[in-house]
Design a protein around this ligand. Structure first.
Ligand SMILES: [Cu+2]
Length: 128
């Protein structure tokens, strides 16, 4: 094999590998999915906010009073600027701490999305 052929093989391997890496990335972010924790008739959904939200998808019980706990820990990126459209909630969270957001049993329906104010990062609570 001559040199240009070797180079073009190396370049195409890198491109294909890079494409797979990019395609695989979203599932590598955060912990993926989780389930709400139920304690004494209330369910808790824990999300950590730092450079995005983790886990990205939390499944919870439909129609159950829910407390969403969003934990920040040295969060200075825009994931601290939290918006939950269905709750008309918008707040700039403390860089470190836990924000508790109540979701009533009536609001605990369908899919609830949380976003950073610019919409770059998001998470979902799926009430099933
Ligand atoms: Cu953002």
């Amino acid at each position: 094999m001559n040199k240009p052929v070797v180079i073009s093989i190396v370049v195409s391997v890198l491109l294909v590998g890079g494409a797979f890496w990019l395609a695989a990335r979203p599932s590598d972010e955060g912990e993926g999915s989780a389930t709400a924790t139920i304690v004494g008739g209330v369910q808790y959904v824990d999300i950590s906010a730092k450079g995005g939200y983790s886990p990205r998808i939390v499944t919870a019980k439909v129609g159950m009073p829910t407390i969403l706990r969003v934990k920040t820990s040295g969060t200075f990126d825009c994931s601290a600027s939290l918006v939950i459209p269905k709750l008309s909630y918008q707040k700039f969270l403390q860089p470190s701490g836990t924000e508790e957001i109540s979701i009533s049993s009536e609001q605990a329906q369908g899919t609830m999305q949380g976003l950073c104010s610019m919409g770059m990062y998001n998470f979902q609570i799926q009430f099933l």
